[in-house]
Ligand binder design. Structure first.
Ligand SMILES: [Zn+2]
Length: 105
């Protein structure tokens, strides 16, 4: 059992959480910025800028999660042939290592 300091699944969880927060936070952030901008400054431009920046950040975050390397084989854990199972991958699509499985076994 790997110690907590070199447990690769910690990074997997961090990437997953970031991805989920970016996904969940998209509409509230854009609507908040849009509401403030329209109410106080009578323009929707900041909302569109926020949506664009958040959208790019969401794509980058999602890509980082989708390409997280399997601790056993080093290939993308949840992506194979360009198709990603993202949150739903129960095992490595290349070597079959179960999610949160012991890669040293
Ligand atoms: Zn693997």
């Amino acid at each position: 059992m790997p110690s907590e300091n070199n447990n690769p699944w910690i990074e997997y969880d961090q990437r997953k959480k970031r991805c989920i927060w970016m996904l969940v936070g998209f509409f509230p952030a854009v609507l908040l910025v849009g509401g403030i901008a329209v109410t106080w400054f009578d323009t929707a431009t900041p909302m569109m800028v926020c949506a664009a920046i958040w959208g790019v950040a969401l794509i980058v975050t999602g890509r980082r999660f989708a390409t997280w390397p399997c601790p056993r084989c080093g290939k993308e854990f949840s992506t194979k042939f360009g198709r990603s199972q993202a949150f739903f991958a129960k095992e490595c699509l290349h070597c079959g290592l179960p999610k949160y499985g012991d890669h040293a076994a």
